[in-house]
Ligand binder design. Structure first.
Ligand SMILES: [Zn+2]
Length: 80
């Protein structure tokens, strides 16, 4: 811990999907926040992939439905 009085800007975030700590977390740089859950960049990729697959299997689908699908995928990935 810093004892020189400087304000620490290091933010520690834990990925809600893989439960790993994201070092030097910067939103929209190396992690994203969606529905109040934090995803590291690799889990974000997985999230898009999972939601994308389900999207393709159910096409045609409206964008609003994709959002619902994405939410369900987020919940599924962070439930474990
Ligand atoms: Zn992760």
């Amino acid at each position: 811990m810093d004892s020189d009085g400087k304000e620490s800007v290091m933010i520690s975030i834990r990925c809600d999907a893989c439960r790993k700590d994201i070092k030097d977390a910067r939103k929209d740089v190396n992690y994203i926040s969606i529905l109040g859950r934090d995803f590291c960049s690799s889990c974000n990729d997985k999230l898009r992939e999972n939601a994308g697959k389900a999207w393709m299997s159910r096409a045609p689908m409206h964008y609003a439905e994709y959002q619902t699908l994405l939410q369900k995928t987020v919940v599924k990935m962070t439930a474990g």
